[in-house]
Write a protein that binds this ligand. Sequence first.
Ligand SMILES: [Zn+2]
Length: 261
Amino acid sequence: MLLPEWYVVLAAGLLGAALGSFLNVCVYRWPAEQSVVSPRSRCGACGTTIAWYDNIPVLSWILLRARCRHCGNPISIQYPLVELAVAAIWGLAVWQLGPGAEALRLASFLTILLGIALTDAREMVIPDQFTVPGTALGLLLASIPGGLPFRSALIGAAVGYALLWGVKLAAEKALRKPALGVGDIHMMALVGAFTGPIGVLLTLMLGSALGLVLGVPVMWLRGRLLPMQSYLPLGLFLALGGAVTILWGPSIIDWYLRTVL
Ligand SMILES: [Zn+2]
């Protein structure tokens, strides 16, 4: 396949930056049950509505030297970092796959996973606003021929949903206390809609392994930065597992079948 022209990649990157800017709004407002449409973006410290020229992804943060124009309070570096990350996701997806349905599928899945990872790490919630429309989007994109077959996406979503309900019921029976949120269950339906039933299993395995290896350091860090939380942000690790699965899943399964079996 011919690599796309540079301006196509640039356009995808700029679209990604704008989506990243919107993702920032979702990450802050959805856990607080606020609308992402109105009111317009405001400074978290003084409440002044942010003008369009102070709301340009990455650029405004640099030009304003990370401070609000009105009150001078600092603006978190999370804003430009998320914008840069989503710009990179969309630019790289189009560069590698060309401007088509597969790039759209990869980039939108990774963008939603980033949003979930952030809300779960910050607030310990996985908003339905990410997972429910996200699952529908995954099924819709799978109905376009050339990528994951629609049947795999549908079975994947069902397996992700049912499997996590099973894990929840089993864990609650064993631990005799609530385990796994509904958010995690909806999230695995989303993962299934984008990666199919094998992708669900791989994501679960990778997510649990990463949770075991990285979970203790992450909880320790959270205890230092935020009030101590005794829960592991499982969604964060499932998001990492899902990203690895859609990027390298087929190679990992291939390697597994050849070397382990
Ligand atoms: Zn301000």
